[in-house]
Design a protein around this ligand. Structure first.
Ligand SMILES: Nc1ncnc2c1ncn2[C@@H]1O[C@H](COP(=O)(O)OP(=O)(O)O)[C@@H](O)[C@H]1O
Ligand SMILES: [Mg+2]
Length: 179
């Protein structure tokens, strides 16, 4: 048995097409506060049918603030673990953490590839003056109103941020077109 079957072959091709259409990936947002990461993450989640995991949202929701780095790191660890489980189930994830450091981005790319999924880095490069304009607006309303970011904070973070260069960006998968 096992002869060539046009019907089975045709159905197999359909299956391959549908798998390619629904290829699951890890999507990373990267940039300083105010760059538009969460706005983009929300759009990508809808366009790519991905689960969005935004660290700051969880931190506020748990009664903490993004200023508490100890709690923030615990939340990131839990969300990163959850992201890997979701990816293993064949679904896509948008991880919206900030990812200022090259080492974090390297780790996420390596783990995603070890799970057999593609990984995109969505880096938002925005001039500091524009970041500050947006942050000032955001500072005027809850939840940031009580815990505002100052201009000195922003300048300090801009100096610490490890901008992904062209050689790093080339290590990631090219973004798929929105479907
Ligand atoms: N492309 C954009 N152009 C102008 N304003 C934007 C853009 N993306 C986001 N914003 C605004 O800037 C502010 C910060 O956006 P947000 O997505 O929360 O940034 P992040 O998550 O990087 O801190 C919000 O008020 C948002 O509406
Ligand atoms: Mg955000």
């Amino acid at each position: 048995m096992g002869g060539w079957s046009p019907v089975r072959r045709h159905r197999g091709e359909d299956l391959l097409d549908s798998q390619a259409m629904s290829e699951n990936r890890l999507l990373l947002t990267c940039g300083l506060p105010g760059a538009g990461k969460t706005t983009l993450a929300t759009r990508l989640a809808a366009e790519r049918r991905a689960v969005r995991l935004t660290k700051d949202e969880w931190q506020w929701a748990l009664g903490s603030t993004p200023w508490d780095r100890t709690t923030g790191e615990k939340i990131e660890q839990q969300l990163w673990r959850l992201a890997q489980e979701i990816l293993s189930l064949g679904l896509s994830v948008v991880l919206d953490f900030g990812l200022w450091g090259r080492a974090e981005r390297d780790e996420m790319r390596t783990v995603a590839r070890s799970l057999g999924v593609g990984v995109e880095l969505h880096y938002l490069e925005v001039p500091v003056e524009e970041l500050w304009r947006r942050i000032e607006v955001r500072n005027s309303a809850p939840p940031w109103k009580g815990e505002p970011i100052t201009r000195a904070d922003l300048d300090d973070w801009a100096a610490k941020f490890q901008t992904p260069d062209a050689s790093e960006l080339a290590l990631f998968d090219a973004p798929l077109d929105a479907r």
